[in-house]
Structures are given as structure tokens and as C-alpha cells.
Design a protein around this ligand. Structure first.
Ligand code: F6R
Length: 587
């Protein structure tokens, strides 16, 4: 939610650099944007409604500065207007701030400072106003520290003040990373934003502040004590975070799945065995995540049952804390998150830790908050995922659960063999003819407003995931059902020509799903069968490889493509669905 970028250093095109950095963070928010710096002893602020990708670098070419901040917004408090866009500034125009998160006690601070002094509807505006108030009595550093000590909620902020040639940032609950270059520093919500300048980073942790001028100084917000940080080298290539030859990140990331699934095989054996043992040793094992990651957890429930013969419970992270009654010190919570920053997941973890339970996380962003707050964390190594719709992270997460569950059964090598086959057959499947065929199928259904998906066993969660993909990038009403549940209500929705996707594997429930598909067809549905084998009930057959229990990994890929093409054919930008952002750092 919202992207932040800050620069201080040797270059004099700080504003251009911040705009370019924000453009790489656009996936975090794209309803408005803004930048701020000091020019000729005064605050310069430009902010407006619109996408940061539409900002023109040449507008900033004549504004020379080696220090600037910027923000791309996903609105929470206050509508999408120029005034509500960040940076926000103090009434005396001495302090400007960008912020990601939510300040929960902003009403009380507004009251204290006088409501008439505020010009926006945001929670953020209290921050520069408070800093400016304190700045009259103390140094900039002390003023920021005193301000953030008063804030409740989750936040990452960066502040500048007139006459102070430095950036001050603070975090609690929202991500912020320091990029360390030669005679220059970057601050961003996510690493790819500054990857072309440096691969060396310091992670800012909760309750920490950083002061950046020519040097870097970390300190604890509450005590003011200095903190020593480890410099971490990130081995992502800058180009791996770019679109390359593709029109959209979503398509690029779908196509990368052959590699990302394969990378799961190279996970360290000791780590996988350690996790398998943690699960075996636990008394009460739970799975949690949000959205797509939650559907991965549901698929994992089936892997645990079918492969490892173990019962594991899933609850969406936003619901998980309600089940705290069942948690004990011997319990284990496994959380799944691409970004590693999702607020609901962090709350689920807090609930588990509150009962003394252990937390294992499976994340795509190494050293993310979730990873660092876990007892053990496994990095899925899918590479940067920029499209809002999660694709390659989801299949890589499922691949890891396949490895973990086969390891629990004492058959890790077999798990690796299955995944090698999935990766190679995914590579074969993702050929231009296959993509064209999916596009043709999509053309036929693009005018429909409702679409239903069914699946059974490990493909039931994929039916739910398929619905998420279609909803978020095409805005078509899509719903997934357990195939056997149709006759208990949803079948009433089917009329002549209603497109229905049936996700089938060559498993013991195949004939049940075929029968349910025949029931749909009998009510007039237009059937799109995703299956290794052709069946006469299908109006369209999307052939997928037969990979046994790993079928969710290959069955979801054609739906990812179908959702992508549906979005494109309906004139939408699949990378930037309305109302959504990549990393959901608010509750
Ligand atoms: C949908 C999607 C979301 C995320 C969810 C959790 O395509 O991407 O549903 O899966 O917001 O995000 P992470 O995995 O970052 O915790």
C-alpha cells in the first residue's frame, strides 16, 4: 500500500531519480503521486492525481537537488485528490513528509493541533504538523523522534525540513529499506526501486529511525540508542525486476513459472528436513495467509492430507486470531506471503506468538518483516513479483509445500523428481500456440459478465484462486466452487451459454468432477475443461500435463493466462487493477 522513495547524495538530479524510483513502485499504489525537495531555501512540492508512470522526467530536469522524497498513493484516509496526495507539509511550509500505513490516533492529534490548521482529509498530515511544532524547540532529529513516539498504528515515513540537508525515516509495521551506494543513500518501500544504483541494503526494523546525510545513523525510536546494522547484498539483477520484452509484468511472471518452479527443487535439503521435523513435532499445526497465498495454504492442506497423512488447519489471516483459543506453546503456525509485509498475516503471527506458539513463514521477500519475525523462514526464490495479481509466487509456494510434505513422508527425492517434471512440462506447455489458443477461448467468453469455476480435492482451492485472478484483472464476476457443492445452490446461476471452467486432474476424484461438469452442461453452460485428457462434455479443451498430485501447479497456469487476456481484451491494465495494491500493509 503506497510506495515511498527518498534520495540523498552526490547527484544533483534528485527529483528525477525519485520519480524514476516511484515509477518502479507504481504497483504499490497508482491513484496519485507527489515529490518534495528544498529549492532556494523553500519547500518545493509537486503532487497530483494520476499515475506516476505518466509523470514526465523533463518537468524536473531544471530543478537541481541532491535530496528529495516522493510517494505513490493507494488511498486509505481521504479521497483521491491533489490535496490528499503526498507529500504532506506543515502549515509553516517547513516540513514535508511521505507516509505508508495508517495513523490510528490522528483524530486526537488533529484536535490538539487545531482542526482549522489542516487542509487535507488524511491521517498523514498530523506528522509534518507535529514535527514542525517540535522543531521550534529542538533539533530536526529530536522533533521526528518525539513525533513518531506519539503515533499509534503502522507506518513508514520519510521527512525533510527546510535548512536541514538530511532525510529522516522511521518505521513501525510498514516496510522501508535503505539502499547504500557510494556517497549516496536511497530509501524505498521495496528493493527493486533502487536496484539499478546499488545492491547493498540495510533493513530498517520496527521502532527504528534512520538519519541520512553524508552518513547513515540508525537509532531506536523509544530509547534513542544507536543501532549497528548489517549490510546485506541482494543478488537480484535489476533487469529481473523489469518487464523486458513483455507488455505487462503479469504475462512476464506467468511465463517465468517454468524457472521459478524449478528453483524450488534447489532448496537446501537441511532446511526442508528441518521444517518437516518442526511440523511433525508440533501439536496443532495451522496454515494462514491472505488472498492467493491463502488459496495456496488450502492446496497445502490437501498435500498434507494426501501426501503426508497429516491434518493441518487453514484460516485466512484476517480470521486467524479468532482461533487463538486452540493455540498452545507446542502449536505451529505456518504463514505464507509473497511480500512478507501483509498486515493481516502479521496480526495472525502476533496471535500465535502471544500463546507461545512457533511461527514458520514461507515468503518471497527475504528479510521482509514476516520473515524476520518468524522462528524459521523459507525464501521461495521466485524473483521479484511486480504485477498485483500473484502468479509465479503462488506456484512456487505450492512447489515448496509439495517438497515439505514429501519430506515428511521420507520421500524428498520423489518430491524433487515430481517438481522437475512439473517445471519441464510447464516449459513445454507455455508455447506460443498454447498462448494463442487461450486467447481464442478468451475471445469467445469476453462478453460474459459471470463466470464459474469448479474443482475438487487439491483443485478446489485452485477454483477459488482462479476466481480471484479473473475478478482482479478483468472485473468479471467469477466464483469458484467445490465441484460437489454445485447441486446445493450455485447451479441455479447457470443459464444458456454461461462460461464454466472445470479444473480436472487424473486422480481418484476425476469421474466426480466430470459428472458435475455434465450437470453444468445439461443446464446450458459453455464448458472450458482444463484437464490432461479430452472429454466430450468440453466445449473447449485446455490440455495440461498429467503431473499427478502436483496438478494444482499446472492447472492454475491456463487460468492465469485467461484472466490476463480477459483483462487486456476488455481494455484494462492487468498490472494495475482498480482499488488494489500489491502489498497490503493495512488491516
Ligand atoms: C491476488 C493477490 C493477493 C495476495 C494477498 C496476500 O492475486 O496477489 O490476494 O495474495 O494480498 O499478499 P501476500 O502474499 O504478499 O501476503
Amino acid at each position: 500500500m503506497c510506495g515511498i522513495f527518498g534520495y540523498v547524495g552526490k547527484r544533483d538530479n534528485g527529483l528525477e531519480l525519485v520519480v524514476k524510483g516511484l515509477q518502479k513502485l507504481e504497483y504499490r499504489g497508482y491513484d496519485s503521486w507527489g515529490v518534495a525537495t528544498e529549492l532556494s531555501g523553500e519547500l518545493f512540492i509537486k503532487k497530483q492525481v494520476g499515475k506516476i508512470s505518466e509523470a514526465k522526467l523533463e518537468d524536473f530536469a531544471d530543478k537541481k537537488t541532491g535530496l528529495a522524497i516522493g510517494h505513490t498513493r493507494w488511498a486509505t484516509h481521504g479521497g483521491v485528490t491533489d490535496i490528499n496526495a503526498h507529500p504532506h507539509f506543515s502549515s509553516d511550509k517547513k516540513v514535508a513528509v511521505v507516509h505508508n500505513g495508517i495513523i490510528e490516533n490522528y483524530e486526537e492529534i488533529r484536535e490538539e493541533l487545531g482542526r482549522g490548521n489542516f487542509i487535507s482529509d488524511t491521517d498523514t498530515e498530523v506528522i509534518p504538523q507535529l514535527i514542525s511544532k517540535y522543531l521550534k524547540e529542538m533539533s530536526f532529529k529530536e522533533a521526528v523522534q518525539k513525533t513518531v513516539q506519539r503515533l499509534s498504528g503502522r507506518y513508514a515515513i520519510v521527512a525533510i525540513a527546510v535548512g536541514e540537508n538530511l532525510l529522516i525515516a522511521a518505521r513501525r509495521g510498514s516496510p522501508l529499506i535503505v539502499g547504500v551506494g557510494e556517497e549516496e543513500y536511497f530509501l524505498a518501500s521495496d528493493i527493486p526501486a533502487f536496484l539499478e544504483y546499488t545492491q547493498n541494503v540495510n533493513y530498517l526494523d520496527d521502532n527504528e529511525m534512520v538519519i541520512l546525510d553524508g552518513n547513515v545513523e540508525f537509532l531506536n525510536i523509544d530509547t534513542g540508542t544507536a543501532i549497528k546494522k548489517r549490510l546485506v547484498n541482494i543478488d537480484w539483477k535489476a533487469e529481473s525486476a523489469d518487464k523486458g520484452e513483455y507488455d505487462h509484468y503479469m504475462l512476464k511472471e506467468i511465463m517465468e513459472q517454468k524457472d521459478s518452479i524449478l528453483r524450488a527443487i534447489n532448496q537446501n535439503t537441511d532446511d526442508i528436513m528441518h521444517i518437516a521435523q518442526m511440523i511433525k513435532d508440533s501439536r496443532g499445526c495451522f496454515l494462514s495467509g491472505c488472498g492467493t497465498a491463502g488459496k495456496v495454504c488450502m492446496a497445502a492442506e490437501y498435500f498434507f492430507s494426501i501426501i503426508a497423512g497429516r491434518h493441518v488447519n487453514y484460516a485466512p489471516a484476517s480470521e486467524f486470531p479468532i482461533f487463538h483459543h486452540f493455540l498452545k506453546p507446542e502449536s505451529l503456525l505456518i504463514v505464507v506471503s509473497q511480500s512478507g509485509e501483509t498486515a493481516d498475516v502479521l496480526e495472525a503471527m502476533e496471535a500465535a506468538k502471544g500463546k507461545g506458539a512457533k511461527v514458520l513463514s514461507i515468503v518471497n521477500v527475504e528479510s521482509s518483516t514476516i520473515a524476520r519475525q518468524s522462528d524459521f523462514s523459507l525464501h521461495i526464490k521466485a524473483g521479484p513479483e511486480k504485477a498485483v495479481a500473484s502468479t509465479k509466487a503462488a506456484t512456487a509456494q505450492m512447489a515448496l509445500f509439495l517438497l515439505i510434505t514429501t519430506a515428511m513422508k521420507g520421500e524428498l527425492q520423489e518430491g524433487r523428481r515430481i517438481l522437475a517434471e512439473v517445471a519441464s512440462r510447464t516449459n513445454d506447455m507455455l508455447n506460443p500456440r498454447f498462448l494463442n489458443y487461450i486467447k481464442e477461448v478468451t475471445q469467445k467468453i469476453k462478453g460474459h459478465d459471470n463466470l464459474y469455476i469448479i474443482g475438487k480435492a487439491e483443485n478446489y482451492p485452485m477454483a477459488l484462486e482462479a476466481a480471484i485472478k479473473i475478478q482482479e484483472v478483468s472485473y468479471v464476476h467469477a466464483e469458484g466452487f467445490a465441484a460437489g457443492e454445485l447441486k446445493h445452490g450455485p447451479i441455479a446461476l447457470i443459464t444458456e451459454g454461461t462460461p464454466c471452467i472445470s479444473m480436472i486432474a487424473n486422480d481418484e476424484v476425476k469421474s466426480d468432477v466430470i459428472n458435475n461438469t455434465i450437470e453444468l452442461k445439461a443446464r446450458g453452460a459453455h464448458i472450458i475443461g482444463i484437464s490432461p485428457d479430452k472429454h466430450e462434455v468440453f466445449d473447449e479443451w485446455i490440455k495440461v500435463p498429467d503431473v499427478g498430485v502436483a496438478s494444482p501447479l499446472v492447472n492454475i497456469i491456463p487460468v492465469q493466462l485467461l484472466a490476463y487476456y480477459l483483462g487486456v481484451l476488455r481494455g484494462l491494465d492487468p498490472d494495475m487493477p482498480r482499488n488494489l495494491a500489491k502489498s497490503v500493509t493495512v488491516k
